[in-house]
Design a protein around this ligand. Structure first.
Ligand SMILES: NC(=O)c1ccc[n+]([C@@H]2O[C@H](COP(=O)([O-])OP(=O)(O)OC[C@H]3O[C@@H](n4cnc5c(N)ncnc54)[C@H](O)[C@@H]3O)[C@@H](O)[C@H]2O)c1
Length: 372
């Protein structure tokens, strides 16, 4: 099924880093390859394909990106993700200079070319950002800010509300899952999806799947860890533990919620563990579970997952943008759990991934997904 009117999904992106690069490349890639595009998550959602997404505006603070068309900005440093589609001549939307707020950590400003180099251009005010969103007729705002950007996420959520846009929050600041923010979106008649993308084939969904398998087979999981290393800007930003609190909470809760009973704090350790510059956008996750089989017999499993980090998130972002548009089309307002549980680590309400998958398809197909 294809969308008969091929209506574009007009999308603004906040934070033109590696994940945004993969999203922008992904849209052009899907346009160029159509049904031959590899690894598309949910190729058709309610008649929308990733090729229906139009990126209409971007916001960043880095001098190497501000003032450039999106098709150039996504390839500027410190972005280092894999280039899987280099013809971005269709990506002409401008990257605007947003306010720094808490997006730029001190250690990122002193990290040279691999960190952030803030632009001297004057930052847009709230009214200007709203004006840009309105002028671009943006329908969806996608957040890809650095971990720890509480104020910046709230700033852009507020602008999205004022400009009449749906919000997709890809990062571990709790917004869709915060009842007060959920109510603000419900009152404004606008949908919000989030929080913190659960990557396509990432450490979280693999870890949850192992836990679920143990649960289905009656195996007691006694302790577990998930140690993640990577070399992209996101890992450099997260090398300051002060910025990490919500990321750890989001990742840990995503795994805890799959357990039959939550593990004690000392028996579970999950989070970004180190920054290894030469890995660039490769991320390696080491997952271990220890437990007991029938009769108390011991078992353990070690798993190593190696992925390109940013396309892994972009695949689900391209689904979430389309689900946000479907919610707008149907007048669904407030937190959209049916469209969030499968795609995000910290949704308003956790579900098993099997139920989350069914709820998403039910929602995209016209159901409410509420009973899943
Ligand atoms: N890669 C994944 O699988 C994955 C999964 C879930 C969540 N995420 C989250 O997505 C977010 C983006 O990840 P990334 O790898 O693209 O990060 P990144 O560091 O490459 O990109 C962040 C961008 O935000 C910009 N920025 C900083 N402060 C800003 C501000 N105040 N206003 C506007 N822009 C600002 C930076 O200049 C940079 O371009 C991170 O929070 C990450 O944790 C990623």
């Amino acid at each position: 099924m294809t969308n008969p009117s091929r209506a574009a999904i007009r999308t603004a992106i906040v934070g033109i880093g590696n994940c945004a690069s993969s999203v922008v490349q992904g849209v052009s890639y899907c346009r160029a390859l159509g049904a031959d595009a590899v690894g598309v998550s949910f190729p058709d959602l309610g008649g929308y394909t990733p090729a229906d997404i139009d990126i209409v505006a971007g916001f960043d603070v880095d001098a190497r990106k501000v003032g450039l068309p999106m098709g150039h900005a996504v390839f500027a440093g410190p972005n280092c993700t894999q280039v899987f589609h280099d013809d971005l001549s269709d990506q002409q939307a401008m990257v605007h200079r947003g306010p720094d707020l808490d997006g730029v950590a001190a250690h990122m400003q002193s990290a040279g070319a691999r960190g952030f180099q803030t632009s001297d251009a004057p930052a847009l005010t709230r009214d200007h950002v709203i004006g840009v969103l309105r002028a671009a007729r943006a329908q969806v705002v996608l957040i890809f800010l650095p971990v720890g950007s509480q104020q910046a996420v709230e700033f852009y959520a507020d602008c999205a509300l004022a400009a009449g846009c749906a919000l997709v929050n890809g990062i571990p600041v709790f917004l869709a899952s915060d009842p007060a923010w959920g109510a603000r979106f419900a009152d404004a008649g606008l949908p919000v999806l989030g929080d913190d993308f659960k990557a396509q084939f990432g450490a979280t969904i693999v870890h949850r799947t192992l836990v679920d398998l143990a649960k289905m087979r009656g195996v007691s999981v006694d302790r577990t860890y998930q140690l993640n290393v990577g070399g992209n800007t996101d890992f450099l930003n997260m090398s300051d533990p002060a910025r990490l609190t919500r990321k750890r909470e989001s990742k840990t809760e995503a795994v805890q919620s799959a357990m039959s009973a939550p593990l004690g704090a000392e028996d579970i350790r999950i989070g970004p563990s180190d920054y290894v510059p030469w890995l660039n956008d490769r991320k390696v996750a080491y997952i271990r579970l220890e437990g007991r089989l029938f009769g108390g017999a011991r078992t353990n499993i070690e798993l190593r997952l190696d992925v390109e980090d940013s396309p892994n998130a972009a695949a689900e972002a391209l689904a979430a943008i389309r689900l946000a548009r479907i919610a707008l089309d149907r007048g669904v307002a407030g937190p959209v759990n049916a469209a969030s549980a499968f795609l995000f680590k910290h949704p308003p309400q956790q579900m098993t991934d099997a139920d989350g998958y069914d709820a998403l398809l039910d929602f995209a197909g016209g159901g409410t997904g509420k009973d899943a």
